[in-house]
Design a protein around this ligand. Structure first.
Ligand code: ATP
Ligand code: MG
Length: 177
């Protein structure tokens, strides 16, 4: 069999489609018999549609949400919860990347978590350097850092031309959730 060249793939930009394109890659990979893991760096970003689909696809297409079982108390604001979830996601990402059990790992909104300082750029760069050769690693989120672009093999910028929100059209089922 041909040896796989695991890629570092980035979806960034201000247009819609970063997460959905990564799910599309995941679907294609799953169809090839690959094991796909998707980790969430910003709580609540995934919607019912994709979570339902993942359930139906079974154990080779796993979406793992962080911050579960994290008890919210009155003093904790949303940001603290995001921080906690992102830290947990980074720890999980490190463990799963090094475990070599997955063919593709998607780190959804990791760029956003770096941007808001909830995880460090240095830690993410270290992770990219430690990536097993055969693993395809996908990073999504606006405002990707240039240091990550340097290490990536494939970088796509989604650019907003139009978005229905601008016209006041509300979120549509099957498109947004
Ligand atoms: P999607 O999950 O639909 O692929 P995304 O990952 O590219 O979107 P995010 O930055 O994660 O976008 O933002 C998620 C939410 O913000 C989605 O509901 C998406 O429709 C909305 N969004 C994305 N781009 C824009 C935009 N240019 N204007 C308004 N809303 C946007
Ligand atoms: Mg997204």
């Amino acid at each position: 069999m041909e040896k796989r060249e695991g890629l570092i793939i980035v979806h960034t930009g201000n247009g819609k489609g970063k997460t959905t394109a990564s799910l599309g890659l995941g679907l294609r990979a799953w169809g090839q018999g690959f094991k796909v893991l998707i980790l969430q760096f910003i709580k609540g970003n995934w919607k019912y549609g994709e979570l339902k689909a993942a359930e139906a696809l079974g154990p080779n297409f796993v979406m793992r949400q962080m911050g579960e079982g994290f008890v919210r108390n009155a003093n904790e604001d949303a940001m603290a919860e995001h921080c906690h979830a992102a830290e947990e996601a980074l720890t999980m990402a490190r463990k799963e990347i090094l475990a070599k059990q997955w063919d593709m790992i998607i780190l959804d909104e990791i760029n956003y978590a770096i941007k808001f300082g909830v995880i460090s750029l240095a830690a993410v760069l270290e992770l990219l350097d430690a990536k097993p050769t055969e693993l395809h690693l996908v990073l999504t989120g606006r405002d990707v850092r240039p240091e990550i672009i340097d290490k990536a093999d494939l970088v796509t910028e989604m650019k907003e031309i139009k978005h229905p929100y601008k016209k006041g059209i509300k979120a549509q089922k099957g498109i947004e959730f």
